[in-house]
Design a protein. Sequence first.
Length: 455
Amino acid sequence: MQKLWAKTVLTGEGWLNDVSLAIGGDGRIAEISAGTDAAGAACFGAIISAPVNLHSHGFQRAMAGLTEAKGPDPRDSFWTWRRLMFRFLDHLSPKDIQAITAFVQMEMLEAGYAAVCEFHYLHHQPGGVAYDNIAEMSERVIAAAECSGIGLTLLPVMYQYGGCDKRDLTAGQIRFGNTPDAFAGLVSQAGAALKALPDDARLGIAPHSLRAVSRKGLAEVERLLPEAPFHLHLAEQVAEVDEIKAAYGARPVEWLLDNYDVNERWCLIHVTQMNAGETVALAKTGAIAGLCPITESSLGDGIFDGMRYRDAGGRFGVGSDSNIRISLSEELRVLENSQRLSNLGRAMFATPEKSTGRALLDQVAMAGATAANRDTGVIAVGKQADLLALDMDATDMLGKSGDMLLDSYIFAGSDALVTDVWSAGRHLVKDGVHVRRSEIVSQYRDALKTLMEKI
């Protein structure tokens, strides 16, 4: 039993002061008591629910800083970035994947995330030949999570074609491809390998996009794990919308809603290119919009119609996607500021009851938990102890209380305010530093040095 004490805690019942928290050996919150003293407990400042990073491609962390120069294309875009990414991944070995993924998971934990949904599509050897163990790369992601301790929802990705016309995969994409039968075997073996992790680990499934999976393939994948999280890239780029409309006779969100029972197990990534009707219709399904504001800004995806989606009852979480920068506070700040720029206003996500920071954190914690199939999202007895402690003695936090702590953290401070993080009760970040940082960084440095020599 871990015994914690905090000056203030944001619980499902609101802010409580002078709080004792007990975490059981099962990683769940066993007791919450307000108005207590700190005797016999480890002491912290403010404790809030640590959210899930609901969308990550771990290996792309090693690309950060490599794609910012002007290329031969006079108008750089998502598509030119994508070609660079394909060339980069040709050099990645299973050992590289494990080292890079452990490193980025460590950074996520230090930034305040307790768990991650890994949208994992790099399955095969360069040239597309399968490893003897088709789940080799999935097992490397799992091994990384075993090292970092992060809560993992593994999402093996189905990828069939290079576009809606079913063209062959390019040299860069060839490592992703599977037939439905091969993919089913991969999912089964990945699920078996997940048993090496603590019991909060989860398996989901992810057809890459409507461009990369046929209509028949999508239907087969959707039935493969009928109760599990189901994630899909959707309506990210104008060119993508145009391609799908030409092939399917409808815009991607329109077609999906007409052909599938989209519900709360669905997490639709980006959806930055929806019209007003699609935005309202998707919100009403209960599906999670998986937003990645730093990446969406970096790639020029467009701005999510957040106010319309929120007002229609839609739910959303955040993820780090390309992992160009790992920062929970910045994802939330960019999300809010994008709405201010597009709507010409301030405090866009705030409500009469909750400040901007509180509204954002409450939303992404609950929606992320749903997207990951994780029993967390709020601090309450019986829930998994996914916790984040903030330094109340930092200059940006002095004299603040309640929701103002969260506003100061997101809009005035940074992830440097994160002192401690627990994932299902595992105390993985202490005094701002991951408990295995030295080992993980050393392995990442070795992998990165070799990669940079190759490229």
